[in-house]
Design a protein around this ligand. Structure first.
Ligand code: PEP
Ligand code: MG
Length: 587
């Protein structure tokens, strides 16, 4: 009786869409523990041979996965498998396993399990959220190797018997990449956060997903029927007939809405009363240029160049960078491309730069702080950007600015690089706008000072929220405190726009807050000149802007700036935007 009772659980919606269907509970491979067996001296060599064979086989399997992901999702998503391949090549791990087998006389399955767990434990304790997230990759690789050593039944997203919704404690990024859309209708997990690779993969594949549900695996049983709402972040177990019917109706609405959006592609992002906003796209790689064009974006509002430095052991040369930047500038021309100088550090790090261990990497030696000290690396990037600048409409932007001195110093280096290129007779961009990210509270509070040194601001709400509210942006335990509509954030955004305009510079936004169509009302009302978000959400944002009135949005801001509750501001914004776009909560 209780089994058929409807229950609704709230988690974090990371990939929008509705999924309805029977549950498939994924056995948790992370819990696998190989049986330990004592071996004799004469067995040592044979155990080590088994180990090297298993590593080689695992490598082959991951290569295949990498190729498949590359063709399905592109180089950005395939990158996680490069990280997994690097783990398999780790000499230290191999050496440690050899030692355990030889000295402790254990079978290699147990020795490998023990060694990897020692590393996993170190990652837990490092205080680095990014490293902690990489545990999923390492566990994934470990399970594959153990499987290839023989005997374990791998929990497999490909073994979903018929179209189902997967429920699991956690799902690895590589398992997500293997999901087939027709078979996996959606998934929901106990663990997970917005910024995990798993979430990014689900979004790229268009599979509705809800994570961070804490105990959903304890609540479902085989035979249950589920409805997943990847936008609202809800999972309904055994929905009533009425709830199922509502789900079906929403699915039909989503499909009709997506059709409708494609008709706006070539129309401007202009409100009912004639206020025009520049709608641009955020990208990480040149391969995304076609989706920028396809989305109807009017340029690139944020090109995160740090990705060219990641998943590799050497530094990208000036030539390699030049080619990448040129591809984007040429592809998007005549629209502008805002190239952000590298923002390494924090949750995006590379190992070969010898950045010492830091307790608070998000507050550490990163982004512009790193570049101003490592001028050798910074200047190579600037030379490449300036050279590429002659092939399109370049704008340059610095990340993580926290005081005006950094801007002045960076501008001086840019001027020197320009001069150097001039002396060398190398063609380069002479006249282009330079702007800064407003993503640190000290920058937002001194925009009047910063405005004197730059041509534009772009508000990075991802970090601005993290730093202003003291809420780690990748920690799912405190995700409920990560509130874009917190009055502190709204005041800082409003102030940035007002001071920018007072100083005759334009102001954009490129943080994820802009990717939520409901937030358009707030951003429009605050007077932002440009909104930049992932190409996938650009058409939906344009649709909202075209349905709103600037005068009403300004009035709305007057009203909500007096509110004290972030939840109330957000729900008021949703309520108003829903009147122009009823599909708001599902698309
Ligand atoms: C931001 O902080 O809002 C931003 C856009 O930059 P990133 O997400 O790359 O830190
Ligand atoms: Mg940032």
């Amino acid at each position: 009786m209780s089994k058929l009772q409807e229950k609704v659980f709230q988690g974090i919606g990371v990939s929008p869409g509705i999924a309805m269907g029977p549950v498939f509970i994924l056995p948790q491979s992370e819990e696998y523990h190989p049986v330990e067996r004592k071996i004799t001296d004469s067995e040592v060599a044979e155990e080590l041979r088994r180990f090297l064979d298993a590593l080689a086989k695992t490598k082959e399997q991951i290569q295949v996965l990498r190729e498949r992901t590359l063709s399905r999702l592109g180089v950005d998503h395939a990158g996680i498998f490069d990280a997994q391949l690097m783990i398999l090549d780790d000499e230290q791990v191999i050496q440690d396993v050899r030692e355990v087998v030889a000295t402790e006389k254990k079978n290699v399955d147990a020795a490998f399990y023990q060694t990897v767990h020692r590393y996993l434990h170190l990652l837990y304790g490092s205080g680095n959220e990014y490293l902690a997230e990489r545990r999923a990759d390492i566990t994934d690789v470990m399970n594959r190797v153990l499987e290839n050593l023989g005997g374990i039944e791998r929990s497999d997203v490909c073994k979903v018997p018929s179209p189902s919704i997967i429920i699991a404690r956690d799902i690895s990024p590589s398992d997500t990449a293997r999901m087939e859309r027709g078979k996996v209708l959606g998934f929901a997990t106990d663990a997970g956060s917005q910024s995990s690779h798993t979430a990014i993969m689900a979004k790229a594949l268009g599979i509705p997903a809800v994570v961070g549900l804490h105990q959903i695996t304890m609540m479902v049983q085989g035979g249950d029927v589920l409805v997943i709402d990847g936008r609202r972040g809800t999972v309904t177990i055994n929905p009533t007939k009425g709830a199922l019917e509502r789900g079906r109706a929403e699915l039909r609405r989503i499909e009709a809405y997506r059709d409708q959006l494609s008709r706006f592609r070539d129309l401007p992002a202009e409100t009912q009363d004639g206020r025009r906003i520049t709608l641009s796209a955020n990208i990480e790689l040149p391969a995304e240029v076609p989706s920028v064009i396809e989305s109807g974006s009017e340029g690139v509002g944020l090109y995160r160049t740090e990705f060219i430095y990641m998943n590799r052991s050497d530094l990208p040369s000036e030539e390699e960078q030049f080619e990448a930047y040129k591809t984007v500038l040429e592809g998007v021309n005549p629209h502008p491309v805002i190239i952000r100088t590298m923002d390494l550090g924090g949750d995006k790090f590379i190992t070969n730069l010898n950045i010492p261990f830091e307790f608070n990497p998000s507050l550490g030696w990163r982004a512009i702080r790193f570049c101003l000290e490592r001028r050798d690396i910074f200047e190579v990037q600037l030379r490449a950007i300036l050279r590429a600048g002659v092939f399109g409409n370049l704008k340059l932007m610095y990340p993580m600015i926290s005081c005006v001195k950094e801007v002045i110093k960076a501008n001086t280096i840019v001027a020197e690089v320009k001069e150097e290129l001039g002396r060398e007779g190398i063609p380069h961009a002479e006249d282009f706008e330079i702007g800064v990210m407003i993503e640190v509270p000290s920058a937002a509070l001194t925009v009047d000072i910063l405005a004197k040194e730059v041509d534009f601001f772009s508000i990075g709400t991802n970090d601005l929220i993290q730093y202003t509210l003291a809420v780690d942006r990748v920690n799912d335990k405190i995700a409920h405190l990560y509130q874009p509509c917190h009055p502190a954030i709204l005041r800082l955004v409003k102030r940035t726009v007002e001071e920018g305009h007072r100083n005759n510079i334009w102001v954009g936004i490129c943080g994820e807050m802009a990717a939520d169509p409901a937030m358009c009302l707030i951003l429009l009302g605050m007077g932002l000149d440009e909104i930049s978000a992932s190409p996938a959400v650009v058409p939906g944002i344009k649709n909202v802007i075209r349905g709103l009135s600037y005068a009403d949005a300004k009035e709305f801001i007057e009203e909500v700036m007096t509110y004290t509750s972030p939840a109330e501001i957000e729900s008021r914004a949703r309520e108003v935007v829903r009147t122009v776009v009823p599909e708001l909560d599902v698309v």
